[in-house]
Ligand binder design. Structure first.
Ligand code: ADP
Ligand code: MG
Length: 380
C-alpha cells in the first residue's frame, strides 16, 4: 500500500510525501456504557489509513483517494466544503484544527485504506485521525492527543452530521500494539491493559445487515437509562449516571420503575462491572474469563437490553457450539459484527461452519475479518 501511495504521489506532484498512518478499532467489551458514564474498552487494529502528505505552499488542499480513484481540490475556508463525502472528512479535520488555533496551510496528499467501510470498525475515525495527526506533525501545532481525537469527533459532528461519541477517534489516536485502552466516559481518564492473546485470534463476523430499528431504539434505551438513574438518585444523590449506581441500589427502586427500564439498567450496571472484571483478567493473562464475560455481554445485550437481532444471536449460538472462547455483538446492535475470541486451532472450522450455516439460513454470506491489536495514529 505504501509503495502504491508514494508512486501516485510522485506521478501527481513530482516528489515524495511524508507517510502517516492510523487505524480502525474494535471494542472488546463495554457496550452502551458510554452515554451512561461507564467504561469502554477499545483498541486500534491492523487495518487503517495510510497517507502521503506534503505542504504545497498554497492555500489549497489537493488530495487523491486511491480507493475512490478520485482527485479533489478545496480551499481552507468554511465556504470551501467539498462535495465528495470522503473529502469532507479531510476538510473537516483542517477546519477543526484551525478552529483550535492550529496552523493549516495547503498540502498535497494521496491516501488509501483497508478498513472495511461501514462494518463497525470505524473507517471514518481512521481517516480523521490519520489527517489530524499528520497536520499536527507537519505544521508543528503541538495539539495534544486527546484534542486530536476531538478534532475527529467534531469533524463527524460538524461536517458529516454523525453525532458520535469520542471512543472511535480516541482508540484510533491512542491505540497501541498489544494493548487495549479502558476509557472512563465520564472523567475521560484512561488506562492501558495488556492484550496479547497468544494462541487465540480475534475474528469479526459481519452479518452485513443493519435493521431500521437502530436509531429509535437507541433513543428509547437512553431514556430508560436516564429514568432509572433519576430514580436511584432520589436515594443516592451521588448518582449522576447509571454507571455510578450499585446493583443493590437498582433493586431498591424495582417497583418504582417499569420492568423494561429495570432490565435496561440491569444490563448497564452489569456491563460496567464486566469491563472491570475483564481488565483484571487481562492482567492475569486469563483469556478464558475474558471470553466468558463477552458471552455474558451478549446475553445482556440480547435479553436485557434487547438490541440484538436474529442474525447476531445465530452467530453467537454457533460460536458457543464451536467452543469459541468469547463471542458477542459489537457496536450498538441490530446488525453489524460479532467479535469472537477463538483458539487458533478452532478458527478454521468455526469460520467455515459460520459462513455456510449463516448463508444457508439468511441467504447471504457474512464477511469475516481477522484483526490484531495494533498501533494507532503515527508517522511511518
Ligand atoms: P465506518 O463505520 O466504517 O466509520 P462511516 O460511514 O462512518 O463508516 O465512514 C465511512 C466513510 O469514510 C466512507 O464513506 C468514506 O467517505 C470515508 N472513508 C473511509 N475509508 C476510506 C478510504 N479508504 N478512502 C476514502 N474514504 C474513506
Ligand atoms: Mg464512522
Amino acid at each position: 500500500m505504501k509503495t502504491m501511495i508514494q508512486e501516485k504521489f510522485k506521478t501527481l506532484f513530482g516528489e515524495e510525501g511524508m507517510l502517516y498512518a492510523s487505524a480502525g478499532r474494535i471494542n472488546l467489551i463495554g457496550e452502551h456504557t458510554d452515554y451512561n458514564g461507564g467504561y469502554v474498552f477499545p483498541g486500534a487494529i491492523d487495518c487503517g489509513i495510510i497517507a502521503a502528505i506534503k505542504p504545497n505552499g498554497e492555500q489549497k488542499v489537493k488530495v487523491f483517494s486511491l480507493d475512490y480513484d478520485e482527485y479533489v481540490e478545496f480551499g481552507l475556508n468554511e465556504e470551501d466544503k467539498p462535495e465528495q463525502q470522503w473529502a469532507r472528512y479531510i476538510f473537516g479535520v483542517c477546519r477543526e484544527t484551525a478552529k483550535r488555533g492550529g496552523k493549516v496551510e495547503g498540502f498535497n496528499a494521496v491516501f488509501a485504506g483497508d478498513v472495511p467501510l461501514g462494518a463497525g470498525l470505524s473507517s471514518s475515525a481512521a481517516l480523521e485521525s490519520c489527517f489530524a495527526f499528520a497536520l499536527n506533525d507537519i505544521f508543528q501545532n503541538g495539539i495534544d492527543k486527546f484534542e486530536l481525537a476531538k478534532i475527529g469527533q467534531s469533524t463527524e459532528h460538524n461536517y458529516t452530521g454523525v453525532m458520535c461519541g469520542i471512543m472511535d477517534q480516541f482508540a484510533s489516536v491512542f491505540g497501541k500494539k498489544g494493548a487495549l485502552i479502558r476509557l472512563n466516559c465520564k472523567t475521560l481518564e484512561y488506562k492501558y491493559f495488556p492484550f496479547d492473546p497468544k494462541g487465540y485470534k480475534l475474528v469479526l463476523i459481519d452479518s452485513c445487515v443493519k435493521h431500521e430499528l437502530a436509531s429509535s431504539a437507541y433513543n428509547k434505551r437512553r431514556a430508560s437509562c436516564e429514568k432509572a438513574a433519576a430514580e436511584i438518585k432520589k436515594n443516592h444523590p451521588e448518582v449522576d449516571f447509571l454507571s455510578d449506581a450499585k446493583r443493590v441500589w437498582l433493586d431498591e427502586v424495582r417497583d418504582k420503575i417499569s420492568e423494561e427500564d429495570f432490565l435496561r439498567a440491569e444490563y448497564v450496571i452489569g456491563e460496567v462491572q464486566r469491563v472491570l472484571d475483564v481488565c483484571d483478567a487481562l492482567e492475569r493473562g486469563d483469556y478464558e474469563t475474558v471470553g466468558e464475560m463477552m458471552y455474558q455481554t451478549h446475553f445482556g445485550l440480547s435479553r436485557l437490553y434487547e438490541v440484538s437481532c436474529e442474525e447476531l444471536d445465530f452467530l453467537n449460538k454457533l460460536a458457543r457450539k464451536h467452543d469459541v472462547t468469547g463471542s458477542r455483538v459489537m457496536g450498538g446492535g441490530f446488525g453489524g459484527c460479532t467479535i469472537n475470541l477463538v483458539k487458533d486451532e478452532l478458527c478454521e472450522a468455526f469460520i467455515k461452519d459460520a459462513t455456510e450455516q449463516f448463508t444457508a439460513r439468511f441467504g447471504h454470506a457474512p464477511k469475516v475479518y481477522n484483526v490484531v491489536i495494533s498501533d494507532g495514529a503515527r508517522r511511518l
